[in-house]
Design a binder for this molecule. Sequence first.
Ligand SMILES: Cc1ncc(COP(=O)(O)O)c(C=O)c1O
Length: 379
Amino acid sequence: MKPILLSPPHMGSEELRFVHEAFTTNWIAPVGPNVDAFEAEFCQTVGSAHAVAVSSGTAALHLALRLIGVAPEDEVFCSTLTFVATANPITYMVAKPVFIDSDRTSWNMDPELLSTALKQRDRSGKLPKAVILVHLYGQSADIDPILEICDRYDIPLIEDAAEALGATYKGRTPGTFGRMGIYSFNGNKIITTSGGGMLVSAEPTLMEKARFLATQARDPAPHYQHSEVGYNYRLSNVLAGIGRGQLQVLSERVAARRHNFETYYQALGTLPGLKFMPEAAFGKATRWLTCLTVDPEQFGCDREQIRLALADHHIESRPVWKPLHLQPVFAEAECMGGAVAEHLFQRGLCLPSGSSLTDEDLQRVIQVIQDVYHQKGRS
Ligand SMILES: Cc1ncc(COP(=O)(O)O)c(C=O)c1O
């Protein structure tokens, strides 16, 4: 039986042409026309003034924290319901993550909780150096109130839009509201360069410095002089070629993933105990992953039993991210709230959501879940 994966890469028709061009012109290094064009085309797509193409979303986040000047022992506030890559760069900077719980509407950072947490820190005289806001599973967080709170205390906002390329918030692209935003082109993302990322900002000097740091912080001298520690973080011109082809089909990929969601929702939405991730009124989600929660009382079995039944049929599904405040690696970190993210983790499941899924694939997934319900549920 053909395996159905969670979110595999999906190439269009133009990627190979750009990659071939890189080969024929010998632009194989992490510099060249595809990198420049990918940055320019990405800026146009998301509506950002500047972009720097890098080797991963994690690298982009690391650069963002470095550019803000996060120092050892500084606190950085960060969404708790996310992939570990959001917070790892805080540790690279020897800073301390403080996690913030989600709201139930968007599954993203709760603005009220952030406000309370910052008020508290302000009173004790030690505000965080930055806030990292995640836009989860293709859905924007409620950016306006979060930005307003950050501005009130003059704290830079970094948006982790790794999972949200193609989404909107009040008509604009999440990732372009804060001081800097990052995107990922990892193999499982809505578009991919096999591995890669983008850092965006409206500030030219910041992005100039990002390019400098991402190329080993080379001073302008012919003899390789370095006055600062840098990184080898630029994106290869070959991979940028893949990115250019992928950008051309972004809107088709969003439509395909929203179609997956609709198909699941129509077939499974009425089963007792299943609740799909809501789409907040302030934007349009890409449904990068279709996520739902399972109430075991009502459904008759829990999300893990569904996951295992799907696995028996060679179908990959995944629990919703384990909140970072529950991760052993962040055992020492403080968390504001946490019950919402914990609830979503205990009950949440991500269904196969690739843009190349056929209707037949979707029916296979649906059938297994319906069978689980009929065999183990209360119907
Ligand atoms: C929310 C989030 N942030 C950051 C990243 C890191 O991106 P990358 O894998 O490109 O380093 C990912 C995905 O991998 C992610 O899902």
